[in-house]
Design a protein around this ligand. Sequence first.
Ligand code: DOR
Ligand code: ZN
Length: 357
Amino acid sequence: MINLNSSPVQLSLRQPDDWHLHLRDDHLLKVTVPHSARIFRRAVIMPNLSPPITSIEAARNYRQRILNQVPTQLSFTPLMTAYLTDSLPPEVLEQGYSDGVFFAAKLYPANATTNSSLGVSDISLIDSLLETMEKINMPLLVHGEVTDPGVDVFDREAVFIERYLQPMLKRFSNLRVVLEHITTKNAVEFVETSGFNLAATITPHHLHINRNAMFLGGFRSDFYCLPIAKREDHRLALRDAATSGKPCFFLGTDSAPHVRSQKENACGCAGIFNAPFALESYAEVFDEEGKIDRLEAFASEYGPLFYGLPPNTNTIKLRRNEHVIPRNYSFKDHDLKPESFVPFHAGETLKWFAEAE
Ligand code: DOR
Ligand code: ZN
């Protein structure tokens, strides 16, 4: 319920971090990086480029390409991840982690989502990688969906938890794991009843939309993402989890831009570009739930707590100030043809506005 009366008009928040972000590469970085750096101090950068980030050198170079696009007046630290494959040597993880290049490693089940065809085809093949990660205390970030075509697309997260995640956590009981972008009450329950080594990120879009959004008056590819938005009862469970004040749930936007021509396509790409107003989008939810006082911990404290990093010390301002979200962000593609990204909440009015203090 919207609780306008008891909500303050301005808040000062410890600067947040984004614990799950897709920035893409090359000319797109110029468009994506400034949006995230405007509000977030650090971000965990997903490695699903084409080709994916599977070496220390590729991660170092990609990090530098990102840093080159950070506006001069801002500080933004990309935390790089390694893309796990069936054949990645454990030594690469060990070396990359001890060199401070890899912050974590990402497990994509092969063909689960964008650029995941080189992901892990069978989790039993990466025992030596998981053993190494457990030994060196390197976090494992999981895209938790099965790819079995016999499993309904709306059940893929719940089945992944039962079939793969639970047994994996039993076998590697000291491995630190983040179940990324959770979308179901099954995931919420599983994470909150697991031990200290398991946490989950929650996106703004899964807090706002349920699966109906994709079919409102026609097929709406802007709301197509993976894991796919689920039924309303799942969305409500996610809102309860995010605003619960439980440290096992924290912010990860999964902002995943695709150019317009690839969203509006016979085989449209999965992903929602929420980076431009991600914090504002979360603020809307926390405010509607009457829990705006818990936003800071979710956005700025529980992530660092899980990862064993100091929280940011500087602050940002969140003001109650209605503003309309742009319908798109235009730019030129590689061939100098006009392209655009459509942001989450395009054309909607949001009530909160975040800015540096
Ligand atoms: O919607 C999504 N988009 N989910 C993912 O898992 C990947 C992401 C992307 O990279 O496009
Ligand atoms: Zn993602």
